[in-house]
Design a protein around this ligand. Structure first.
Ligand code: PEP
Ligand code: MG
Length: 747
């Protein structure tokens, strides 16, 4: 480099700023910049490649290569040395480019004359924007100092790109965050929604990447770090009594806040001419690029901590808090990396839809979104980097697809879909008060699953006859400390009030497996789904179970009460739990509390073993509800949370239906009321097949009641049963094809 000192680098940034200040167009600016960089670094070539779409880089400006190649030369991510820099977000520095791994010869550029190559990524907070390259004729490796200087320049280019400084003709120069984007993720909650983006954590915008006076910037950085340190220490003090994991995270924060390496790198960036916020962001970008590469979960966690810390610093430095002054749009679609259940509850029903970059099907946020019936797409990669507050967005929770800034054809197609769904909803509303009587006169009772107060308004609107499953653990999951008995009494009492005399089946705490209480000591189990969970925890630690039983009895306050125990694997567990109820009733009576008018006690049948329990168990249990989600996972030995296997086995598999039939028969012998409350009860085809196998009560998400009832009303269960038995008799693995064919023909 002609002038490789810090002041040289500052001078270059100063000239860059001047080049930017004029009112020239995007292309002109890029041309000036390549000229400036080549000139001040003493290289023959300087080129800027920008992404024209997610996977293609385009040569957008060059000093030294053939100008005809500009906007003509393109390469895919990972292709050639430039593509390699882009893919891995890492510097490539080689004295002999043609001999380097991955080199691709591009004759139109005339680059064969140049031997040495130095490429650095242009990226902003994990968003890949392009690649900056310098090349020279003589075979030399660029010095660490030169590499560093080019990285600093790339950082500034990234900021300028973000601010729209290079907008012009051509796809690669079209403004960022304006093109339509299609993102594919997974379904968290079905349903469709159209609205405008509301970023849960808005992006910080840096308008001043280049600074005049490094001393001032250094002082600003020191001040921000100090503020951060004080903040982290305060958080640590406050959570000294908190749980271990939270403390560990905060300790990690403190470690970074005091980390010499982190500080030193930022100080160096500042001395080269970056502003304090640009220096923080450069570190953050690099941490994000590393995060994409590492698979070790511990390292990823630490990088995520560093990312969070950088965000806090940026907010301190720019004064841009979460409060941006922008009002929540009338039709907000929340976009976030992830969100906790409590935060989501705070937004409540004001949200039209939710899109998460991370999240998972079984996460607590998903549970809340389901309870609120808000369409949710999870795993929508890049959504937080692509979306801006206020962007038009369409969420298809059924397909797990998100259309950001959709074009007219997508808008029309999507609105058609929404209109069709609305029509269907109207149809369902018209049958809401009708009983679900099948063509052959069988009456099926449709009840709903719930778990939060937010679910209860759906009871009248869905036409459910009651609550067939109230998952009490959700109330425990969305808090950060164990609820008190008095709180539970108030809550259960409100649930019974809201049900207005309709039956509510309260399932006692079903924790463990995927449902981990944040305030309970985690148990490290090799196979949590098969581990210490649900009734096993309840019986081993009867304190919580007793508290919950007391709360339920007090909340009933003389009204009928129905209690169900989850995950009973053998009769003895049910008996032990029942004995706890008897003891609690006796105690409550002694204490002078009013006892429930009637008390029904039942169990969930979620393990195949219980289907084969001695008949005596069926005689003594008050009622049974098949937890199909768990029963299916154990029957097929296929983890319900594992995307690879969870859809592998069909509910309409002949063996599974035989198991259901057997349970129905055994309950019929003893006259034990039986229901089905797994997700399959809410899928119309599965639901009618379950009814055909003899189930008379189905419990499902409120939104499913309409579609399930609609199909039941049109079905002759006796005929359907014959189709199922016939398929089984023929040895079919799943009865689905024959059932679907029968539906098609009888339409
Ligand atoms: C089930 O397993 O089917 C069930 C209803 O319970 P959960 O989904 O809460 O485990
Ligand atoms: Mg279950």
């Amino acid at each position: 480099m002609a002038d490789s000192t810090e002041s040289g680098s500052r001078k270059l940034l100063g000239r860059l700023r001047e080049a930017m200040a004029g009112d020239s167009a995007g292309q002109e600016r890029l041309d000036k910049i390549t000229h400036l960089i080549a000139n001040s670094m003493g290289t023959e070539v300087c080129s800027i490649y920008l992404f024209r779409d997610e996977d293609t880089l385009e040569l957008c400006a060059t000093e030294g290569l053939k100008t005809e190649a500009v906007h003509q030369t393109r390469m895919r991510m990972g292709e050639g040395l430039v593509g390699r820099v882009a893919r891995f977000g890492k510097v490539v520095n080689t004295p002999d480019a043609p001999a380097a791994k991955g080199f691709r010869f591009m004759p139109e550029t005339g680059e064969e004359r140049f031997s040495s190559f130095l490429g650095v990524p242009i990226q902003r907070l994990g968003e890949k924007l392009g690649v900056l390259v310098v090349q020279s004729r003589d075979p030399r490796e660029y010095l660490a100092d030169e590499v560093y200087a080019l990285e600093v320049v790339a950082m500034v280019l990234a900021e300028m790109t973000e601010l729209g400084a290079f907008v012009g003709e051509g796809a690669a120069l079209s403004p960022l965050h304006q093109q339509p984007v299609l993102l594919r993720g997974g379904t968290g909650q079905e349903g469709t929604a159209e609205g405008h983006v509301w970023l849960h954590e808005p992006r910080v915008v840096i308008t001043n990447p280049i600074a005049d006076d490094p001393h001032i910037e250094q002082a600003r950085l020191n001040h921000a770090v100090e503020e951060l340190r004080v903040g982290v220490n305060k958080m640590l003090e406050m959570s000294q009594n908190g749980d271990k994991e939270q403390l560990q995270v905060l300790e990690a924060y403190r470690m970074f806040a005091n980390s010499k390496g982190w500080m030193r790198r930022m100080e160096e960036d500042i001395s080269r001419g970056l502003s304090a916020e640009a220096a923080v962001e450069k570190e953050q970008s690099q941490a994000r690029a590393r995060m994409e590469q590492v698979s070790d979960p511990y390292l990823r966690e630490r990088l995520a901590d560093l990312d969070d810390l950088s965000n806090r610093m940026l907010r301190i430095l720019t004064g841009q808090g979460k409060e941006t002054g922008i009002d929540l749009p009338a039709d907000p679609i929340l976009v976030a990396r992830n969100i906790g259940p409590a935060e989501l509850l705070e937004y409540g029903r004001s949200l039209r839809g939710i899109v998460l970059e991370e999240g998972s099907v079984g996460s607590h946020a998903t549970i809340v979104a389901r309870a609120l019936a808000i369409p949710l797409v999870v795993h929508a990669k890049r959504v937080t980097t692509e979306a801006l507050n206020g962007d038009h967005i369409m969420v298809d929770g059924d397909q797990g697809v998100v259309h950001l800034r959709p074009d007219d054809t997508v808008v029309t197609a999507f609105r058609d879909k929404i209109a069709m769904q609305a029509e269907a909803q109207e149809r369902y509303a018209s049958i809401r008060d009708k009983p679900a009587t099948t063509q052959d006169g069988k009456e099926i009772s449709l009840v709903m699953n719930a778990g939060l107060m937010a679910d209860l308004p759906s009871l009248p609107s869905s036409g459910a006859e009651g609550v067939g499953l109230f998952r009490t653990e959700l109330q425990f999951l969305v808090r950060n400390k164990m609820p008190k008995r008095s709180e539970l009494v108030a809550l259960y009492s409100r649930v019974l009030d809201a049900a207005g005399g309709k039956r509510v089946v309260f399932r006692t705490l079903d924790i463990g497996s995927d449902k981990v209480l944040p305030y309970m000591k985690p148990t490290d189990e090799p196979n949590p789904a098969l581990g210490w969970r649900a009734i096993r925890v309840g019986l081993d630690k009867p304190g919580i179970m007793r508290m919950q039983l007391q709360a339920l009895i007090r909340a009933a306050n003389g009204r009928p009460l129905t209690i169900m125990f989850p995950f009973v694997a053998q009769a003895e567990e049910y008996r032990a739990a029942r004995a706890e109820v008897d003891k609690t009733i006796a105690r409550e009576e002694r204490l002078g509390h009013v006892l429930p008018e009637t008390l029904e006690i039942g169990a969930m049948l979620e393990t195949p073993s219980l289907a084969f329990a001695p008949q005596k168990f069926f005689d003594e249990v008050g009622f049974l509800s098949i937890g199909g989600n768990d029963l299916k996972q154990f029957f097929f030995a296929a983890d319900r949370e594992n995307e690879r296997v969870r859809r592998r086995y069909d509910t309409l598999n002949a063996s599974f239906l035989s198991l259901i039939e057997r349970i129905v028969e055994r309950c019929a012998i003893s006259g034990t009321p039986l229901s089905f409350c797994g997700e399959d009860a809410g899928r119309p085809v599965e639901a009618v097949c379950l009814a055909a196998m003899g189930l008379r009560t189905l419990s499902m998400r409120p939104a499913s009641i309409g579609p399930v009832k609609s199909l039941l009303l049109r079905t002759n269960l006796d005929d359907l049963r014959k189709v199922i038995l016939d398929a089984r008799h023929r040895g079919e693995q799943t009865v689905r094809p024959m059932v679907m064919e029968w539906f098609r023909q009888s339409r």
